[in-house]
Design a protein around this ligand. Structure first.
Ligand code: HEM
Length: 425
């Protein structure tokens, strides 16, 4: 048995913040190994990359999610007591609740709601065609409005900007320090209070959401021990639907930028809408903005001659695996053709986790994200005329989560079916 190669004896939390998405891949390259150990937030941590590593990481017998997420992530992105930290039957029972919301009719109705909100918003924006708009914020607001309608949580029009900012901040602050982190902590507290209030009102009968809505399903969910979720945990789970739906706006932003950086794809999508699927898959592969997944070793074991010690934290490099040149030739190039006639496997394309969504920790919202991205990408190419006001040159991969180097500002000239024209300023 050999020791797992060490990248350093010192804590590398600061380097992680400085290097961002390249942190694990850079060390794998330097150490010629897809497995190494380091120290992060004061704890020894094993880092893994690649398809065999992903297969290993999703073996429930070897890894646990209990206490795997750092406390800072619980205070921002995840909250406490949610499905992400559960194992075994408790996890599967809770996961069934999410899967019951993410059925095909469930996904279709949320996609339709987003379509309606998108059309409405673009018509409104086209009434003031000279005013530059931040595309990312517009899309976040559209998703925030739509997911709240779909989830049965009443959100007044005047509350949308605040809620959009809070849901966006849960993601934006999670990988940061300083004011962004603080904003995120306060946003979680506010958003949990708001959701817990609607859970209580639903349970008391004061408010009656549609029976198949997320609010009704989560409020009425009964755990394996026969008890309902306490209001705080129920609020965390309701946010586990609202927050990531708004997060899909990141992918929409990257998709819109990709259309500008590869303008030939706009014409191809107009002519062959079926190419929307490979297009958005390639966007998700290149810009998988969730960098790592975390677990802990459940019991000591050896793999590829390396010893994994019980209790050790393990990070799987989602971003690096999606750009691994052993899996993806010319991994940094945008080539949707890779997904034409090629179904990705469960462990080589892990933008939203690997393995099975129903049985393991893979994201239950993956199909929803794909459908929302297809819808909005086709709307950008077919259903509106817009002009760049300021076009970012690149995406900052040192920032967690990644964002373009500048805001993408557009002016909306016309909305509605018009074989969309993208005017270049
Ligand atoms: C922007 C698009 C999204 C990205 C990048 C994303 C990414 C991920 C990732 C990386 C995981 C963790 C996988 C793991 O721990 O192994 C995850 C889990 C999860 N996602 Fe998503 N997700 C997205 C959209 C959604 C949507 C739309 C929903 C709404 C239902 C959702 C709900 C969840 C939940 C509840 C979990 C926890 C699953 C579990 O622990 O069993 N996500 N997601």
């Amino acid at each position: 048995m050999t020791d797992i190669p060490d990248s350093t004896r010192f804590d590398e939390s600061l380097q992680l913040l400085l290097e961002g998405y390249g942190f694990i891949s850079n060390r794998c390259q330097a150490l010629h190994s897809d497995v190494f150990q380091t120290r992060l937030l004061g704890r020894r941590t094993v880092c893994l990359k690649g398809e065999p590593a992903a297969r290993l990481f999703y073996d429930e017998a070897l890894f646990t999610r209990k206490e795997a997420a750092p406390l800072l992530l619980q205070a921002t992105l995840l909250g406490k007591g949610g499905v992400q930290g559960l194992d075994g039957e408790a996890h599967r029972a809770r996961k069934r609740m999410f899967m019951s919301l993410m059925t095909k009719p469930g996904v279709d109705s949320l996609v339709a709601q987003v379509g309606r909100e998108w059309d409405l918003r673009m018509h409104q924006l086209s009434a003031a065609p000279d005013v530059p708009r931040d595309l990312f914020i517009q899309v976040q607001e559209i998703f925030c409005t739509a997911v709240c309608v779909w989830a049965g949580v009443p959100l007044k029009a005047e509350e949308v900007p605040r809620m959009r900012a809070d849901l966006g901040s849960l993601i934006d602050g999670a990988g940061s320090v300083g004011p962004r982190l603080l904003r995120s902590v306060f946003a979680r507290q506010r958003a949990e209070r708001w959701c817990a209030n609607w859970i209580r009102r639903t349970r008391s009968g004061e408010y009656v959401p549609a029976p198949d809505s997320a609010l009704a399903v989560i409020s009425g969910h009964i755990e394996a021990d026969g008890r309902p979720l306490d209001p705080k945990t129920a609020a965390v789970e309701l946010l586990n639907v609202l927050r990531p739906t708004v997060a899909v706006a990141h992918f929409v932003l990257f998709s819109a930028l990709t259309l500008r950086w590869h303008p030939e794809w706009k014409d191809r999508l107009v002519e062959q809408p079926a190419l929307a699927e490979p297009f958005v898959q390639e966007v998700r592969r290149l810009y998988s903005f969730f960098p790592f997944a975390a677990a802990r070793v459940r019991k000591s074991f050896s793999w590829q001659g390396f010893e994994f010690k019980k209790g050790r934290r393990v990070l799987l490099d989602l971003f690096g695996t999606n750009r691994d040149n052993a899996l993806w030739p010319d991994p940094h190039l945008f080539r949707p053709e890779r997904f034409v006639r090629n179904e990705p496997g469960p462990f080589n394309f892990i933008a939203q986790g690997g393995g099975s969504a129903a049985q393991g920790h893979r994201c239950p919202g993956e199909q929803l994200a794909i459908e929302l991205l297809k819808l909005t990408t086709l709307k950008l190419v077919n259903d509106m005329e817009y002009r760049d006001h300021a076009l970012p040159a690149d995406i900052n991969l040192r920032r967690l989560p990644m964002l373009p180097t500048d805001r993408y500002l557009i002016t909306v000239l016309r909305a509605g079916r018009c074989a969309s024209k993208l005017s270049v300023a």
